[in-house]
Every structure is written in C-alpha cells, then in structure tokens.
Unconditional design. Structure first.
Length: 493
C-alpha cells in the first residue's frame, strides 16, 4: 500500500525529454491535426455539394423523362382513337418496357389497386400485386406511389430498389404522377449510385492524402524524438554535474559550515539558489549557536528551578501529566506522604491515600474546573499512624507556549497543627464569648437596679420640690393676709 501511494519521482533527463517532446508534439501534431480537420471539413462540404448536384441533376432528368412519357401517352391516345383502350394500353406498355435513360433509369407503371403493369423495366405478363411492397428500409413503396398519384402534378420519392441486373438494393430517386382515367401510377426512376461512386472516389483521394500526412508526421516525430533524446542526454549530463555540487554542499553543510562556490554554476537560477543556500548556511550557523546558548540557559534554569522546588519549606510539590500520573516530586513530598522518592514518581495521585474522594470523578472535576479557572483549592484528610492529618491542596495547570494544558501542579501543605491551633482558638473564643455574655447579663442587672434607684430619687425630688413651692405659696398667702389685717386695723383706727 505504501509503495502504491509513494510519490512518483522524475529524473532531470526524463523531465527535459518530456518537456521538449511535449513542445515538439504540440508544434507538429497541432498543425497537422488542424489540417486533417480542415480536410475532413472540406471533404464533407464536397460530399454535400456532390450529393446536391447529382440529386438536382437527376430530379431534372426524371421530371423530363416522365414528362416525355406522359406526352407520349397523350399523343398515342389522340392518334389511336379508333383502337380499343385495352389494345392501346398494350401498345404503350410494350413501348415503355424498352424505354431506358440515365443511370439505369426506366419507367414503371402500376394500377391504383396495386397491380403491376411495368415492373423493374419489364412488362408483367402474369398478375403481380405490389400493394404491400416495402424496400430494404421498411418503407411501403406502393402506398407512397399512390399518395403521390393523387397529388396534383405528382411528386418525388426516394427509396431503395434493386437494379435489373442485380439483387443488391440501391438508393433510387423517382418521380410519380397519376393518370386518373386509366387508374395508372406512372413513374420514372433513376439510381443514385453514381453519386456514391463519385463520393467514394473523393473519399479515396482524401484518405490517401491523410495517410501521407500521418506518415510524414510520424517520421517527423521519430526524427525529433531521436534529436530530443540526444539533446536531453547532453543537458541532463551538464545539469547532473551542477546538481552534484548542490548535493555535496548539502551533505557537508549538515556537519560543516561549508560555502557553495557559486561561480562554478553556469545556470543563473542555480546561482541564485546557491547564494540563498549560502545565506541559509550562515543563518543555520547562527541558529545553531543561539540554540546551544538557549539549551545551556534552559539547563541552568531547570537546575535552578529544581533547586528551588526541592528546597521549598513545608510545601510538597507534585507535577503530573494529563492523566494525573506523577512525573516530579520534591523532597518534602516524600516526607509528607511517607514514601521514598523513587516510589512517588510514576504513581497516580489517587494512590497517595489522601482521601477516598480523590478518585477519577474528583480528578475529572478538577480538570474541568481548571479549564475556566486559575486554580482549584481544597482540604483533604489523611489517616496516618499518628492519627488524622489535614493537607491543604492547591492545584494549577501546566501550560505550553500555546496556552494548552500539558499537566498539573499540586502544592500540598500539612495544616494539621494549624487546624489544632484554630480549634483551640475557636474554643478560647467561645469561652470568651460566654464570659462576655455573663458579664453583660450582670451589667444589665446592675443597670436595672441603678435605674430603679434613680427613678425613686427622681420621685423623691419631685415631692421635695413640690413642698418648697407649697411653703412659698403659704408664706405669700400669710403675707397677703397680714397686709389685709394691717389695712383693716388702720381703717378702724
């Protein structure tokens, strides 16, 4: 299958030969083909002209001959009036049976009822019915004759009929007209094989001319083919030497920065290609140096990154592929998961005994989440010999230069102590909240007592202030009464 689908190659020699051969074929065959087409067209035109000429000439002749026959019949009827019609018709038939003209032309006469009187140039002695007669092509000849006999001035008919001295049907042209009072169908017919002979002769001349042209064309092609083989061989030899320089150059350029000697090339296009190839070698050398520098830089950066990752304090870093298989783990990851470093790599995340929920469904949800988000955070429990531990996990994607995810990074931290401290702080906060609630209740009770005392004090104050105002009023009333008494005493005096 691979061999069948292998792209076909082409040598320089074959390419030059095919190119030149195509040019020669086009320059030789096209003019000759055009000439042949013109010859065939002219032949068809001549054939059509011959057919028209012969047909027109024969139409004129059969009309003329039939006119003479009808004139003869009319003349005999005028001259032989004392002869019975049967005897007169017999004389006319005997004479017309010997009547010949043109290319096998003769007179035929049938009656309207289908009885033949003159048939195939001979007088019919016995009864012969031609009412169902057809030609080689299935044409009902008598029906057509009868139809034309009933037509004014008759008409032409073309059909196939054998000659008197042959059994082979040939094309025939006849002119038919009726003699109504005698119920005769009189026709004059002539064969068209003369035109066929002229056409055949014309065809023979054309075929001979075409054969000569084809032979000349074949000889020219053969001569040009031999010349092309020689020319293509010479050109391919020179071109092969030129391309050999290129092949040697490309082979050496794989390991050396060797330049191609452009001046050794004699083809302008190859010189341009050679100049471009030299520029390519220079660019390749530059790129090779840049690649080496980039590789060294990448190596240094990789070493630095691994050093940073390995020395990350209290953080387990795991890198996985798209299937969540671990491909890298720092040293703290081994401590966190209580596994040797060699047992961590090539291990699935789901096998780290993190939690029963870290399964395929969980990991698929993580992958789906990271499609639209930067990170995924969760806290997992892990059972150990010391008890339960809590691990805080942050998961991010690893992306290539195109932004496509190529793996995942897991940042794992043991937050068990943090969880314990948080719980202690929670208990302490709850205790403080209870104390605050108790103190708040006590303060509220004290506040209520103070409020009651304050209310009593205000009531007492209201009573005291009212008494003072009453004493003052009494004093004012006593003073007024004293004034009235003094006034009355003075009046009494």
């Amino acid at each position: 299958m691979e061999t069948a689908m292998k792209k076909r190659t082409l040598s320089i020699r074959a390419g030059i030969f095919y190119l030149l051969f195509t040019a020669v074929v086009i320059s030789v065959l096209i003019p000759n083909s055009l000439w042949l087409l013109a010859t065939i067209k002219e032949y068809k035109k001549d054939i059509s002209a011959i057919e028209k000429e012969v047909t027109a000439h024969q139409k004129e002749r059969v009309i003329e001959e039939l006119g003479d026959v009808l004139h003869y019949i009319h003349f005999m009827r005028q001259q032989e009036q004392d002869v019975s019609p049967v005897e007169l018709q017999s004389k006319i038939l005997d004479y017309l049976a010997t009547y010949r003209f043109g290319n096998g032309g003769y007179i035929f006469i049938n009656q309207y009822d289908g009885r033949a009187l003159l048939f195939n140039g001979e007088r019919v002695k016995d009864y012969k019915d031609v009412s169902n007669m057809t030609d080689a092509g299935g044409l009902r000849v008598f029906d057509l004759e009868l139809e034309l006999a009933h037509t004014l001035n008759g008409g032409f008919m073309q059909y196939q009929f054998k000659k008197m001295n042959s059994d082979k049907p040939l094309p025939k042209l006849s002119y038919v007209q009726g003699v109504p009072d005698w119920q005769w169908i009189v026709g004059a017919g002539e064969y068209l094989d003369d035109a066929s002979q002229r056409i055949h002769a014309k065809r023979a001349i054309m075929v001979a001319s075409m054969k000569g042209t084809v032979l000349k064309t074949a000889l020219l092609l053969l001569l040009f083919t031999l010349m092309l083989i020689t020319i293509s061989s010479l050109l391919s030899l020179r071109l092969s030497k030129q391309f050999s320089l290129f092949l040697d150059f490309f082979k050496s350029s794989m390991s050396k920065d060797k330049q191609l000697k452009v001046s050794s090339l004699f083809i302008t296009e190859l010189q341009e290609i050679g100049a471009q190839a030299n520029a390519m070698v220079q660019e390749q050398k530059k790129l090779r140096n840049e690649l080496f520098s980039a590789q060294e830089n990448l190596k240094n950066r990789t070493t630095l990154l691994q050093s940073v990752l390995q020395s990350a304090p209290a953080v387990a870093i795991l890198a996985t592929d798209l299937d969540f298989e671990i491909i890298f783990a720092n040293s703290f990851a081994g401590e966190l998961f209580d596994l040797a470093m060699e047992n961590l790599t090539n291990k699935a995340i789901s096998q780290l005994d993190l939690h029963e929920k870290v399964n395929k469904t969980f990991l698929q949800n993580v992958a789906d989440h990271l499609v639209e988000n930067d990170k995924f955070c969760t806290t997992l429990e892990r059972a150990t010999r010391e008890g339960r531990t809590f691990i805080e996990v942050t998961i991010t994607g690893i992306y290539d230069v195109n932004g496509d995810v190529t793996g995942y990074l897991f940042f794992c931290s043991d937050i068990t102590e943090k969880k314990r401290v948080d719980q202690e702080l929670l208990k302490h906060r709850q205790h403080l909240e209870q104390l605050v609630m108790q103190r708040t209740a006590e303060l509220e009770n004290l506040n209520k007592e103070l409020q009651k005392k304050n209310d009593d004090l205000e009531h007492f104050n209201d009573l005291f202030v009212g008494r003072e105002f009453r004493i003052k009023e009494l004093r004012d009333e006593l003073k007024t009464l004293q004034q009235k008494l003094d006034l009355r005493g003075s009046k009494i005096t």
